[in-house]
Design a protein around this ligand. Structure first.
Ligand SMILES: [Cu+2]
Length: 322
């Protein structure tokens, strides 16, 4: 059926030509990571900052982001963390916002001190169990996330295997898809120094890795390129405030883990619920060729501000098996 050796070999060659030893987040749809025998120390220099993000319908929205000063995250995200279990991860964070923030990695680094505007802090963690995580600002509930202060953290097994967790299923390629959403009234209020009640949060822009369709269909980190016979790992990380039922056309997937906890009853599914704050890892066996959509079943989330643009917007992406 599949030639494992060949796919492994071509991946190795690909990795060889990349910037070895640098923990880049991803490129060409792969989480670009060279397995190591020994644990390493990986430094990330992040800033938290305000920026203007152009929506897929041309509207400009003032948002917040974590930005890696010497790298990026997947897609349009400006920061992401990739490491191997046991690595030392040092995150040097400077807060360039005019308000304090609280850096947080659910399940890994919690209850940190506030980081005042214009100051820096270093967060030193040992890379935990292999799996999908995210980081965020957690000062006031999900407010920081609603403004865009979030990014993925992917931890690979310490034994260098291309698996979703230690002893878990192997895959040929992996994609990390961060789901989040903006209510542009919240962004505008924050930019004007006004408050916004999160109870009134009704998002009107939706993203996968910071991109909305059709831009998801051309970016190497969000266009799911696959080959016949491959097993594709997809890490859904819902850093937004709404639950999404992600619907696969053309394929069934196996849900492997939820928040790093292996699923024991694995069945084939075409729709996978990803709750707010949840990380859900699935494997898609590629058993037919073609182009198919993958999208949220929450219909407003495949629009831009309630309008179908070009011909959709929001959390819709393309599965492309060649
Ligand atoms: Cu559908």
């Amino acid at each position: 059926m599949k030639n494992k050796l060949e796919t492994t070999q071509s991946r190795r060659n690909f990795l060889k030509s990349s910037a070895a030893g640098v923990a880049l987040f991803s490129m060409s749809g792969l989480t670009l990571f060279s397995p190591r025998v020994k644990a390493a120390t990986i430094n990330y220099d992040f800033v938290a900052e305000t920026y203007v993000k152009t929506m897929v319908d041309g509207v400009n929205v003032t948002a917040w982001q974590f930005r890696n000063l010497s790298g990026t995250g997947p897609g349009d995200l400006s920061a992401g963390i990739v490491a191997q279990t046991g690595d030392t991860i040092i995150i040097n964070l400077t807060n360039n916002l005019t308000t304090s923030i609280k850096f947080d990695i659910p399940g890994v680094l919690e209850n940190q001190a506030l980081l005042s505007p214009g100051t820096s802090a270093s967060y030193n963690i040992t890379a935990p169990t292999a799996g999908s995580y995210f980081f965020r600002d957690n000062k006031v509930d999900e407010f920081g996330q609603a403004m865009g202060l979030t990014g993925p953290m992917v931890i690979m097994p310490s034994n260098g295997s291309q698996t979703l967790y230690d002893g878990g299923p192997a895959f040929d390629r992996q994609y990390t898809l961060v789901l989040n959403d903006f209510d542009d009234r919240l962004n505008a209020a924050t930019a004007n120094g006004q408050s916004f009640d999160l109870n009134n949060f009704e998002p009107n822009y939706y993203f996968v890795n910071g991109l909305s369709y059709p831009n998801t269909s051309t970016d190497v980190d969000t266009k799911i390129a696959m080959s016949m016979g491959e097993d594709i790992a997809i890490r859904f990380i819902n850093a937004g405030l709404l639950a999404h039922s992600m619907h696969f056309h053309g394929y069934h997937v196996k849900v492997i883990s939820r928040d790093r906890i292996p699923v024991t009853d694995i069945i084939d599914k075409d729709t996978v619920v990803v709750s707010p704050g949840e990380c859900v890892d699935v494997i898609l066996p590629v058993n037919q060729l073609g182009k198919f959509p993958l999208h949220t079943h929450y219909i407003p989330a495949v629009t831009a501000n309630g309008v179908y643009v070009n011909p959709y917007g929001g959390s819709l992406l393309l599965l492309d098996a060649t």
